[in-house]
Design a protein around this ligand. Structure first.
Ligand SMILES: [Zn+2]
Length: 217
């Protein structure tokens, strides 16, 4: 014993802890540049005129500009920080965010599709701020999309960033290009899913995920 007995406990030499990353954050921004709203407005006006729609009335005078700004907004994901934390407690059960609202635009008709996403993962060494699952969805939804690719992009990206034991993404959406025109199949929805890692290969995890998302038959 080299310390005198009255030495306060907090003075005792401590074993230095290995430095722990408290959290790490990846700043996520869209890859395309800023929209040229003036050019988009002129193009929208020409587009409407080509369809035989006049824009001279007081109420439609601003329509080309509103169209340009509306589409620019749909294609502008808000930047966010993908913050991850060490999984100190060793939590190894499913983390699932259900019923995340989704809006995107189909790249074939440039009409919206809207619905819900369920995104889950089996943690590895790191966990994620829960709201980031919704922000990841928004990031990939804010561009001309097809639902199949969107589903896979969200899953693949979470797999790459988080290195979890498994990732699952289920998206259910109504495509207005199918419900309001064309087939006019009003009320029909399309379901897509991507399962990676243990959520794909382990029957119990897969079944739990699909049951909790309501995607199992
Ligand atoms: Zn479409």
């Amino acid at each position: 014993m080299t310390q005198p007995p009255h030495t306060p406990l907090h003075m005792a030499p401590e074993t230095p802890e290995p430095p722990k990353p408290a959290h790490t954050a990846l700043h996520v921004v869209r890859s395309s540049g800023e929209p040229d709203l003036a050019a988009a407005e002129l193009a929208a006006e020409s587009f409407l005129h080509a369809l035989g729609i006049e824009t001279g009335s007081e109420s439609m005078r601003g329509t080309p500009g509103r169209m340009a700004r509306a589409y620019a907004e749909l294609f502008s994901p808000r930047p966010f920080d993908l913050t991850t934390f060490p999984n100190d407690e060793g939590y190894d059960e499913l983390v699932l965010a259900r019923d995340i609202p989704l809006r995107s635009v189909c790249e074939h008709h440039l009409l919206p599709f809207v619905g819900r996403a369920h995104i889950g993962y089996l943690p590895g060494s790191r966990i994620l701020g829960l709201s980031k699952l919704a922000r990841t969805l928004e990031h990939f939804a804010s561009r001309p999309q097809v639902q199949e690719r969107l589903t896979k992009q969200v899953a693949d990206w979470l797999q790459a960033q988080l290195d979890p034991k498994g990732v699952g993404v289920v998206i259910q959406a109504e495509h207005t290009c199918m419900t309001l025109r064309g087939a006019q199949a009003i009320g029909s929805t399309t379901t897509t899913s991507t399962l990676l890692g243990l959520l794909r290969t382990d029957a119990r995890s897969r079944s739990e995920f699909l049951t909790l998302t309501g995607a199992s038959s």
